[in-house]
Design a protein around this ligand. Structure first.
Ligand SMILES: NC(=O)C1=CN([C@@H]2O[C@H](COP(=O)(O)OP(=O)(O)OC[C@H]3O[C@@H](n4cnc5c(N)ncnc54)[C@H](OP(=O)(O)O)[C@@H]3O)[C@@H](O)[C@H]2O)C=CC1
Ligand SMILES: O=C[C@H](O)[C@@H](O)[C@@H](O)[C@H](O)C(=O)O
Length: 309
């Protein structure tokens, strides 16, 4: 099902499965990107903050030289929080590293401003080690700049990441361009139904990150996932990835291991009965107050997620 695609509100198509590159180390990520693109992947998800976009660019170049066409690859990058007042500059830096003229999708990585004039380009801190955040900044300002880079044609679509219902409701009344995407952590231990429903209603496509539970893939050992995998005769990772395709979302598994990269492109159809096993699991965790968010960086900000208030 590697050729399965969804439609964005720009009219462009977005692949259902893409390669994640967060924490893919230098020395590994070029090969991972090149291998993925030469083995059926059509989407690569990166970010300035990952510190590896130069190598991601080398992987893209190698794949292009091997015959993969630029127009057949959907490249995603994100503006980092120290660049939220300098979005065009952030995009230029990513384009330069990637060796590209445009990205297919550019996202606000987190709706928070880290001090652009602080003691570090990416992670400025106060003397006590806490993140140097400009507290009175309004995230809608970054969106205004995203609309400008969209108009420039250097980002074929623009969107957000890590937007809760509360943040999206603050943004939408001011948006001339509706975000094409909201990229959020999403898996059966964090279904985020509230924000998924709102995005569906507004025509904002969901990209699901950390689908395996992030580093080490802890979600692969969740009991209902294992049980469903046995029933369907596939691996737990396939179940976790197929869950998003069944929900109409794009899913972003990260791997630098060729066999896993290849395996992660395979999804199976989960019918209503299969999905009920996973939604019952989610509902049970919700009732018990045991939802699990694996990625919650120490910004010290309430982003409005129901599980973190
Ligand atoms: N917008 C945002 O704020 C965020 C975006 N993201 C995006 O989403 C992507 C995916 O999320 P991420 O947090 O990286 O984690 P994932 O949920 O994709 O899990 C990655 C981990 O699972 C392992 N793995 C991958 N495939 C398999 C498999 N088939 N069998 C067993 N183990 C496997 C990987 O190991 P190995 O690599 O060694 O094979 C790695 O340790 C990111 O890389 C990034 O692109 C992620 C977090 C936040
Ligand atoms: O995309 C992945 C994550 O959001 C990652 O970029 C953040 O967790 C970042 O490392 C941070 O510490 O703030």
């Amino acid at each position: 099902m590697s050729d399965l695609k969804f439609k964005l509100n720009t009219g462009a198509q977005i692949p259902a499965v893409g390669l994640g590159t967060w924490q893919s180390k230098p020395g590994e990520v070029k090969a991972a990107v090149s291998y993925a693109l030469q083995n059926g992947y059509k989407l690569v998800d990166g970010a300035y903050c990952y510190g590896n976009e130069g190598e991601v660019g080398q992987g893209l170049k190698e794949a292009f030289e091997a015959g993969v066409k630029r127009e057949d690859v959907f490249v995603v990058s994100k503006v980092w929080a120290t660049y939220n007042t300098r979005v065009a500059e952030g995009l230029e830096k990513s384009l330069k590293s990637l060796g590209l003229e445009y990205v297919d999708l550019f996202l606000i990585h987190w709706p928070v401003l880290l001090n652009p004039e602080g003691n570090d380009d990416k992670f400025p801190t106060h003397p006590d080690g806490s993140r140097d955040i400009i507290k009175d900044w309004n995230h809608v300002e970054a969106w205004k700049q995203m609309e400008q880079v969209f108009a420039s044609g250097k980002a074929k679509a623009v969107g957000v990441c890590n937007y809760s219902k509360k943040y999206l409701e603050q943004l939408l009344p001011h948006a001339k361009v509706v975000p094409a995407v909201n990229q959020i952590e999403n898996h059966p231990s964090l279904p985020q139904q509230e924000i998924v429903d709102l995005c569906n209603q507004k025509g904002i496509h969901i990209m699901a990150y950390s689908p395996l539970g992030s580093t080490g893939g802890p979600m692969m050992s969740a009991a209902p996932v294992v049980k469903l995998a046995e029933k369907k005769g596939v691996s737990p990772s396939t179940i976790l990835l197929s869950y998003h395709v069944a929900r109409g979302s794009t899913v972003l598994p990260k791997s630098v291991t060729p066999a896993r990269i290849k395996a992660n492109l395979e999804t199976v159809k989960l019918d209503a009965e299969d999905m009920k096993v996973l939604t019952d699991y989610s509902d049970d965790l919700t009732k018990k107050g045991e939802l699990k968010r694996y990625v919650y960086p120490p910004f010290g900000i309430n982003f409005g997620f129901p599980d973190k208030q």
